[in-house]
Design a protein around this ligand. Sequence first.
Ligand code: ADP
Ligand code: MG
Length: 322
Amino acid sequence: MLKAKNISKTYPGEDYGAVIDVSLNLAENEILALVGMSGSGKSTMLQIIAGLMKPDQGSIQFKDEHLVNPEEQLIAGHPKIKIVFQDFQLKPNMTVEENVRYKLLQFDKVYQTERTEELLSLCNLSEFASRKPKELSGGQKQRLSIARALADDPELLLMDEPFSNLDPITKQNLLIELVDIVKSEGLGLIFVTHDTRDAMLIADRVAFLSEGELIQNDTTRQTYNHPINLDIAQFFGRVNDVSEVTNEPNTYVRAEWLRLGDGFDFQFEVCIQKSIFLGDQYLLETIDEKTKEHYILFSREDMAAHQGKVLVGFNASEVLKF
Ligand code: ADP
Ligand code: MG
């Protein structure tokens, strides 16, 4: 559906590119997460895809049509590409229902009513139809801004960290709802986030940006299990350096791949230093007394009272090598 080719952008007066030679594709109905640390170029890339910013180099094709950049047309952006902003951009004096209907004024009254009802229902807002935006919670406001974006009948939805102000449970629920909305409307979605759990919750694929460059572009599972470098591995969760154990340099295991007990391909003894309660599990800080290496793993049981050494291990199929 979308093909971005060799996109580069350097802001005026800057020495380094904000986006450097990035190429990425989006298939029909695909959800892509643009992930990376703060300043890695995610927002810049999204603005370029939205047609709101002109790249220095490269081109964007949307449904085999060249996307014109803001300097080539009066109204920025493609009518079928819609970006949802973090500040909602709602009409404060209109009700929830009017906020959506107002986007449909070019259609006849019957369709306006039908589509408004449909969108409010899709975004779980029907019961708040007569409220004003100030009477909505953050999550409800965000759902309304999504309903408004959908009223424009986009084929591709773009979102830049849209839920970062919400509490974790509301955010998670909204993300799951968002997948349903996007799939039921048959849309593509490009979603910017620095939270890898958000990405894994909803995305089919992750495009990982680092200092403006696209360094990995894979399914969430592949990115988690086979990150191409240590930076990406650590971005997705804590890893342990087990080079001493395997006698192979640059070998790592994820904290959750390292387990208590025996019967694993690799086995070694550690001393438990700390057992931290995390609710559903405990985080164990351990040390290997011979090598003085520290290891972190998770346990279902509180090991705080455990004196002396314990055996930990991992399997050869669950290692990361760089
Ligand atoms: P992200 O969204 O991943 O945090 P951005 O795309 O916002 O990254 O920024 C990428 C780089 O471009 C950063 O180094 C940032 O400081 C710089 N940058 C972003 N916007 C501007 C701007 N308007 N002018 C100059 N530099 C900018
Ligand atoms: Mg950003």
